[in-house]
Structure formats: C-alpha cells, structure tokens
Design a protein around this ligand. Structure first.
Ligand SMILES: [Zn+2]
Length: 314
C-alpha cells in the first residue's frame, strides 16, 4: 500500500497510530506553543492541562496560557525547551515538513542580536531531535510592534538565504496591513514565500486586501473568505493557499463546530487548503487528529483529506 492508500484506510478504521506514521506537513505552527506535553513533563515535571472550554478572545487565550503554562518557557533556556518540544511533537505526529521560525524581536532577547546564533540553535535542535524532518525556516513578525522597529530588527535577517517564508501574526486589528508593505516587498525580492495571519477575526475583504497589498502566496487561517463568493473566486483564481487550523477556530469561537467549518466551502470553491495545528499546547489537536475530526465530522471524505494532505506536502 502506498501512503495515500494507507492514509485513507487509517481514517476509515480510525487508526490514529497508523495515521501518525504517514507523511504530513504542518505549515501553520507557532513553535513556542507547539510542543509535546510529554516531552515538557519529562524535562521539567510540569504537567500542562488540556483546554476544555471555548475561549472568546485572544485575551482569554493569553490568560489561559499564563495560568496553565506559566513560566516554563521563560528565558533562553525556556525558548530552547519550547523549540525542542515542538520538534518532538512533530516527530510524534509524523510531520515530515515543518514550517516554523522565530519572532524577529526575539533575536535581540535570546540570541544576542545574532542571526547566526539563532540559526545555530534551530539547526542543532533540528539535527538532535528531528533530523529527518524537512525544516522550513520562517521569519516571524508581530503585528503589535512598530514598523520602524520591525524594519530595524529584520535587517540582519536579509543577509541569510536559508529562510523559506515570512509570516505576520498577533491581533489582526493592531494596525493597517498596508504598513507592512515595505517589509513584504523586500521579502519578495529575497525570494521568500509570503504569508500572513488574516481572516481569522477580520472579514472576507480583509483577506483580499492583505493578499493584494502584501502580495501574499499563502494565508494563515483566511477562513472568513468563505463569507464572500467574490473573494473565494479571487483567491482561487490567484492560486492562494489557506493554511487552516480547524480546532483552533472552534476553540476560539470563530467557528461553531468542526462539522460546520467553512473549510468545506473553501475547498469546494477551488481554494487550495492545508490542515495544521496552530498551537498544540493550547488547542491539543495535532495534525493527525485534525484529519480524524474532519473525517468523523463528515466534513470531508478520506480521499478528499488525502488531497489536502498532499497539498501540504507539495
Ligand atoms: Zn496561528
């Protein structure tokens, strides 16, 4: 049996162990909260509980994190632990392509403003824990930071050609998307894949606006595009990929349930979608489990989910 046949069969017989062994991508993963609980427990004795109620805002999410994860990832040592745990989680879930990266503000905090040191940390942990995983290194920007600061912090990153993509995250409403244009033009010049979080809290038009202003290749979330036929057609015509995290959307109250998730509508309108984990330590739903939920929720057939799995790997 090839991977596709095994994947389809594992979904149909609900075999999570077998599903974990099939190659998958995770293209929307914030490594800092993407770690394996077991790994963290073994290293620190800290047990992180599961979130068992829906959150209503990013503020509630941050309070939950403060209360339940606390200071386990504090300082450089904590940062390294978070990174190790995220690779351990990827291995556990059979992730073969992992797209993660560091926030550029963190370069000053944890790596002495030295991109070389940041790369050493990422590469050594990658080699130590998950050498077989294809690591796609991302440059991360927070929407909360001043553009002037972001431009200054990102400057040393431009000298390296080992980065694969750039992503923008944080409160979607923090500042107008147009302000990030300069940084994204430069990133495009450098050949990076351009991504941004949009359309999780914002509306369909905000997705189209971000994609056209920043010339995005992919959107993290982008689910509100499903509210506009015109925007869905436009995304499909421009071959824009949406990296969706269904459980995150449900637990943050953006979507009522997995069964009602608009990923089905986006897929039916010809938009290339992938399925990803977002923050495993909060949402507790690794990529393999996302596939199972979408299958059992009647959102997709096993064959359709395999198409989506392959979208992520291609
Ligand atoms: Zn995210």
């Amino acid at each position: 049996m090839n991977h596709s046949e095994k994947f389809i069969r594992s979904l149909k017989v609900n075999n999570i162990e077998a599903l974990r062994r099939i190659p998958k991508a995770d293209l929307h993963n914030h490594f800092y909260l993407g770690g394996n609980k077991e790994y963290i427990y073994k290293k620190t004795g800290k047990k992180i509980p599961s979130l068992n109620y829906k959150l209503n805002s990013m503020d509630e999410m941050h309070s939950w994190v403060n209360k339940n994860i606390g200071n386990v990832f504090e300082g450089k040592k904590g940062r390294i632990l978070a990174l190790e745990a995220s690779f351990a989680q990827a291995i556990h879930d059979g992730i073969t392509i992992l797209e993660i990266g560091e926030d550029i503000w963190a370069n000053g905090y944890f790596y002495d403003n030295n991109v070389e040191e940041l790369l050493n940390v990422f590469n050594s942990i990658h080699n130590m824990i998950a050498a077989n995983i294809d690591l796609r290194l991302q440059i991360g920007l927070s929407r909360h930071c001043k553009i002037k600061d972001l431009e200054e912090w990102i400057e040393p990153f431009w000298d390296y050609d080992c980065f694969y993509s750039i992503d923008l995250y944080g409160d979607e409403m923090a500042q107008p998307i147009e302000r990030f244009k300069g940084i994204y033009r430069k990133a495009k010049e450098k050949g990076l894949i351009l991504k941004a979080h949009v359309g999780e809290w914002g509306d369909a038009d905000s997705v189209k606006r971000a994609v056209s202003e920043l010339e995005l290749d992919e959107v993290q979330h982008g689910i509100s595009a499903s509210q506009s036929q015109q925007v869905m057609n436009w995304l499909s015509d421009h071959n824009i990929q949406l990296n969706v995290c269904p459980t995150s959307n449900v637990m943050l109250g953006r979507v009522e349930s997995i069964a009602k998730h608009p990923i089905r509508k986006l897929f039916d309108n010809g938009i290339k979608v992938t399925i990803n984990s977002d923050d495993v330590l909060i949402f507790n739903s690794p990529v393999s489990e996302e596939y199972i939920k979408l299958f059992q929720g009647g959102v997709f057939t096993a064959t359709e989910l395999d198409i989506i799995r392959l979208n992520g790997l291609n």
